[in-house]
Every structure is written in structure tokens, then in C-alpha cells.
Design a protein around this ligand. Sequence first.
Ligand code: ZN
Length: 344
Amino acid sequence: MQEFSPAQTPGLVCAHHHIYSALARGMPAPPRTPTNFREILEQIWWRLDTALDLEMLAWSARLAALEALASGTTAIVDHHESPNAIEGSLSVIADACAEVGVRVVCAYGVTDRHGPDGARRGLEENRRFLTAGGRGLVGIHAAFTCSDATLEEAAALAAEFGVGVHVHVCEGPEDAEAPARLVPYTRDNWLLAHGVHLPTDHRLAGTILHNPFSNLNNAVGYANPARFANPVALGTDGIGAHMIETFRLAYALHRSVDVTATPETAWRWLQAGWDLVPEAREDRVTWSYEPMDPWHIAFTPGIRPLRVEVGGSVVWEDGHPTRVDGAEIQAKAREQAARLHARL
Ligand SMILES: [Zn+2]
């Protein structure tokens, strides 16, 4: 067991990310202002993901990985969709993260939004990546965009490879049928993102992935994950990978509905990331603040990593990545973002 100083933690884990969305910031406003969650998906995310190609994705992933290290996050559980660039997409993400020095668990979010052929190609990309030995899960976008056959095939593929499924569940009210449709399939190794509109007594197995900033941003409501019997882990849903900030927001939101809530609960949610990506326990982050204790961190803004080691090698020091040129990644990502935004 490694010894940690009071200023050190293992590498943090972002348990729900969308690496493809790193180039979204600054995108042109949609033709109409979305007025609910379904319209946010249709007018923003489903227009963006169809415009992605593999080159954009590679720089998006390098940027997301760079920003993860800058936040002391050494492992990302990613959920990916790029309907016009499916084949090979998970390897592009995995390779880009490896270059920067960030661990990633990939999944392609299968969906019938683009017809049965789109669903088949998504399943095939999960199979291809897992067969090649990639660190991955099987992805499902969400029950409400999938046929019964697709849900069944995705669950069977995950069982075949002995991995879990990473799926959005009840993020908005339109996914109300998800618990009934998924209950025959879920296992403890499934990851259930959001659960905002998930009934407390839902009977699904798996870890609930709580994304407080995203849920506020989409005006879908507060998941109040303390109500669930399932384990809970923290994610960003694609808005960076700053898990200390995410922990602080998760604590404050928990407190907003329960005056007896303590930072220790949200800290347990942050620590649950290490059950999902145990390799990150081997990583070490030295922070600008000590002690890295939940009662301190909850009330301390601006904590940043000074040094990040992944698997024994230093990947971040003195504000810079050691394996890649951070300024080049930012410049190239800006170019790719301009190309992407021009397609919207
Ligand atoms: Zn998500």
C-alpha cells in the first residue's frame, strides 16, 4: 500500500464524461431556444454529435485528457457517440488519452436514433474495441432511444465480455419507462447515469452516476442520490473533469435538501470512482492544499494539482503536462472546434 501525505490523494475518477463534447463550448446558438431536456438533446447534442469526424474526436479527446490532468483526474469513464464516425472511434479516444497519460474506460452509446443500421454499427464498435483488448464497457444511449431488441443485444454483448453497461437512465421525464425496460438486464457492474427522475424504489442494479453541474445546466432537477440504496459515483456529463469542484457542488446540493448532510457523503461518492476504475488508486496527485479532507475541501475554493503521477510516471508538473505540448493541444483543438462549428 502506498503512503500518502496529507496533500496527496490517488488519481481522481470522472465516472461519467462525454469526451466528444470538449469542442462544444462556443458553438453557435441553436436555431430555436430549447425549452426542455428533449429539445436540448435535439437542438444541441444530437446536431453536434452527427457533425463529428475522427480528426475532431482525436483533438477533443486530447483536450479533455489535458483538462483532466489539470484537475488531478487520472481516469475517465467515457460515454461516446459520433453517428457519422462510428468505426474506430473508441480507439481514437483511447489512444489520445494514452498519449496525454490519462486512463479511460470507453463505451459507444448504442441507439436506434439513426435506424437499426446505426444501432448495429454501434454494437459492432463496442464489440470491436472489447475484442481488441480495449478497456471498455458496452454503451447504450438511453432506453427511450432504443428498441427492445437493441437493449437485449447490448446487454448480451456486455455479458459475453464480462463487462458492465454504461447507460443514461431517467435523466429527464421522457425516459420514465427505463426502469421497467432495463430491470431484466441490469447487473451490479452496470453504470446508470443521472437517475434524476428514477423512482427511489427502482429495482435496478448498478452504480448511479451523479452529475450535479450538468443536471442544473439542463434544468432537469436534482437527483438527490442519497435516497438510493445503490452505490453512487460522481461525473461531469462532459463539462470538464474537475472532480474536486464536482464534489463541492454535490455536497452543497445534498445539503440544500438535508441540513444534516455532511461532506463525508459526497466524499464517499467521489471515492466510489475507485471501485469503477481501481487502477486509479495506483496514481498519485499532490495538491496545492492540505489536508485533502472532505471537511476542508468542501469549503476551500481553487484547489489544484501540483504534480500528477499515473502508474508511477509523472504526467503533470508545475502547471504543465510532461508527455505532450499543452499549448499545441489547445491550439489544434480550437482549429477543430472551428471546423465542427462551421458544420452546425
Ligand atoms: Zn451523459
